[in-house]
Ligand binder design. Structure first.
Ligand code: ZN
Length: 289
């Protein structure tokens, strides 16, 4: 164990032997992701798995909301970036530059994180919106506070969904369609009922419950856990998950290019009004609504 260290938007902690906790530390902007945060998170994951003592990683977040998605105030300038994937051409004209940028920052990093050789537990409270899902879904386990909600409302902006498109596996086809077509959030309890979330606990107990789960896993021999994760992720690949993410990413960029032609922006700006429109009662489709 060692004292927590903060690397800008990410904090690195070791709350127990063999357990690393990585914390999103931009609560003032509801942990919106900018380029710096994504690379700091990638650095923290790299540090965790290169430490031979690490057996379990927790991904947590400061503040009331886990993540509000991409930071839309960010210019996403890639000057000086050393890519973590084998891509490039970030300044290329037309669709090429933005395709390369998102391939590196979003699908590329998410697929790297999904296959980390140690189990990762997402510790989730409050809202998880669009790009926020891309931090949670690559994790192996999800422990959620009772107040957690999950939503991908980007259909309002004339785009198919967040870039890491594993909605089919997380939600099932029928529910994924409603999730994307309406943008309605699902609750932690509903997410648990469909298998997207493992455990739901009172918000006050979230950190301790997640730590206890991590400690239980950390008591087991790490290579077996690593192989179990790999076997299951290979199964997802055999089901076509990785190919599906890459196929949907192509459609996502068709949408960005479409919006650039129509609006000179990567998304339809009228989506803000669509999202702010009042939602009727009984809108979530949740068993609890
Ligand atoms: Zn995008």
């Amino acid at each position: 164990m060692s004292a927590p260290s903060t690397d800008g938007p990410i904090r690195y902690e070791q709350p127990l032997p063999h357990v690393v906790r990585i914390v999103l530390a931009r609560p003032d902007v509801r942990n919106a992701q900018d380029r710096e945060m994504l690379y700091a998170l990638d650095d923290a994951y790299s540090r965790a798995v290169r430490d031979s003592e690490t057996r379990v990683v927790i991904l947590a977040a400061d503040g009331p909301d886990f993540s509000s998605g991409h930071d839309l105030t960010e210019a996403w300038d890639m000057n000086g970036v050393r890519p973590r994937t084998l891509t490039g051409g970030f300044d290329a004209p037309g669709a090429e530059g933005w395709f390369a940028t998102e391939e590196e920052l979003f699908t590329g990093l998410c697929l790297r994180w999904r296959d980390l050789p140690r189990p990762v537990i997402a510790q989730v409270q409050g809202r998880v919106i669009a790009g926020g899902l891309m931090l949670v879904w690559p994790c192996d386990l999800v422990v959620a506070a009772e107040d957690a909600t999950f939503a991908d409302p980007v259909g309002a902006f004339d785009v198919n969904g967040a870039e890491y498109f594993t909605h089919l596996w997380e939600l099932g086809a029928r529910r994924a369609k409603r999730f994307l077509f309406t943008g309605d959030p699902i609750t932690a309890r509903e997410a648990q009922a469909i298998g997207m979330v493992n455990d739901v606990v009172p918000a006050a107990e979230l950190a301790q419950a997640t730590l206890e789960l991590a400690a239980r896993i950390a008591r087991r021999p790490p290579f077996g856990i690593r192989l179990a994760k790999r076997a299951l992720n290979q199964g997802l690949d055999l089901q076509g998950q990785r190919a599906s993410v890459e196929a949907a990413f192509g459609l996502h960029h068709l949408a960005h290019t479409h919006n650039r032609v129509l609006h000179d922006r990567i998304v339809d700006p009228s989506g803000v009004d669509v999202i702010r429109a009042p939602t009727p009662r009984h809108s979530s489709g949740s068993p609890e609504s």
